[in-house]
Design a protein around this ligand. Structure first.
Ligand code: ATP
Ligand code: MG
Length: 369
């Protein structure tokens, strides 16, 4: 790159960038009926699932991902999963999902296809009425919980969403947001962003929602054990039948509690432009990927540390700890050569922004190689 930054820069150019970031969110974020419209699709599909009888009665269809996490766009796909009542036997998951695919086709869904042998079997299709691209997976409760967690982070401060929309536009434009090509999912990038926003210089932009007690009185990082224990929510581990995952996080109740979270964020007064540049600098030049794990945990986790991550492969690439499934590396799909590309993209992004390039230049299509 030929550019070595001497610490992070703060320039008037970044004020202009802040305005661009705000405008970008205004143009990318969906309208006020977005969640309601998608809920209507879910209700229709739930009705199909119930009527067709391929699943035990009481099976529920849940929405997760960008339709509900605060980072969606009008053209985002609609991710859903089926929750079968605990204790009921559905037989062979591949077979039952195959039947679901047939049911959906019969009921007017378009371009139905399925990946039945995946770790979590999935049926993909286009809704016949709204033409929204949908997919339904089986038993994926953690996805519903991590969607709620991200939505709560999104609600902490408007800058979280502003920066996330800019990052999502950047990763798509620079072609580093495709797990099937060995790059990282949007979920992974949002986790990287939250990790950074929890560590911004001065005051964090977002607290750690998993270590705020349910009976929070204002200051984060003090877990009131008694209350917290009472509020722990455990979910069946996706691959280990005898193990359960703690999915607790602080969910503000009502305007007053939401206001408290916002006040906390406001202790950090950096502009979105500065924060975005800081995010790129952090992963482009500061973060030690060989040594550290990107994690929402209050401590900086070391890859080779004995403890929570001791059994993870100590490879050279990107390690992102899932906030709930703490032994799972969200970055495991990222190929090493793609990881090096991603790192170079972070460094390039910082250079572009601090040289006044703005969002359009940041999101230019990469040159063909
Ligand atoms: P987009 O608008 O790009 O579709 P999205 O917010 O829906 O973004 P995705 O990356 O599609 O984000 O993730 C949706 C959900 O899928 C997440 O909430 C998460 O549960 C799950 N997910 C995505 N990537 C991974 C991963 N690498 N490992 C585990 N779960 C993942
Ligand atoms: Mg999605």
């Amino acid at each position: 790159l030929g550019f070595v930054p001497r610490g992070r820069q703060r320039t008037p150019k970044l004020d202009k960038l802040t305005k661009e970031i705000q405008l970008n969110m205004k143009n990318s974020a969906p309208g006020p009926t977005f969640e309601q419209d998608r809920e209507a699709v879910r209700v229709r599909l739930q009705d199909i699932v119930t009527r067709c009888n391929s699943f035990p009665s009481g099976t529920e269809l849940h929405v997760f991902g960008s339709s509900k996490n605060g980072f969606g766009a009008p053209n985002s796909d609609l991710d859903m999963c089926l929750a079968v009542p605990e204790g009921s036997d559905i037989g062979d998951p591949a077979q039952v999902m195959g039947r679901l695919a047939e049911d959906l086709e019969r009921e007017g869904m378009l371009e139905v296809s399925a990946r039945l042998t995946a770790r979590i079997p999935i049926v993909m299709f286009t809704d016949g009425l709204t033409k929204i691209e949908c997919d339904i997976s089986l038993q994926n409760p953690l996805a519903v919980h991590n969607t709620g967690l991200l939505a709560t982070y999104a609600g902490c401060d408007v800058r979280v969403r502003e920066i996330a929309y800019a990052v999502k536009r950047w990763v798509k434009a620079r072609e580093i947001n495709s797990p099937s090509d060995g790059t990282l999912s949007s979920y992974g990038y949002v986790l990287m962003l939250i990790h950074y926003l929890q560590r911004t210089p001065g005051s964090p932009v977002v607290p750690n929602l998993q270590s705020i007690a349910a009976s929070w009185s204002g200051e984060p990082s003090k877990v009131y054990e008694g209350e917290r224990e009472a509020k722990l929510r455990y979910v069946q581990h996706p691959t280990e039948p005898n193990s359960r995952v703690n999915c607790y996080y602080y969910k503000p109740k009502g305007e007053k509690e939401r206001g408290r979270l916002k006040d906390l964020s406001m202790r950090n007064r950096e502009s979105s432009g500065n924060l975005l540049a800081g995010f790129f600098h952090y992963y482009g030049f500061e973060f030690d990927f060989r040594k550290h794990v990107v994690s929402l945990s209050p401590q900086m986790l070391e890859k080779d540390l004995m403890g929570e991550v001791h059994c993870w492969p100590c490879h050279l690439g990107l390690t992102i700890q899932d906030p709930f499934e703490t032994f799972y590396n969200v970055g495991h799909v990222v190929k090493l050569w793609q990881f090096h590309r991603i790192r170079r993209e972070f460094a390039r992004a910082y250079t572009v922004l601090t040289e006044g390039g703005g969002l359009d230049m940041l999101c230019e299509k990469p040159e063909e190689v």
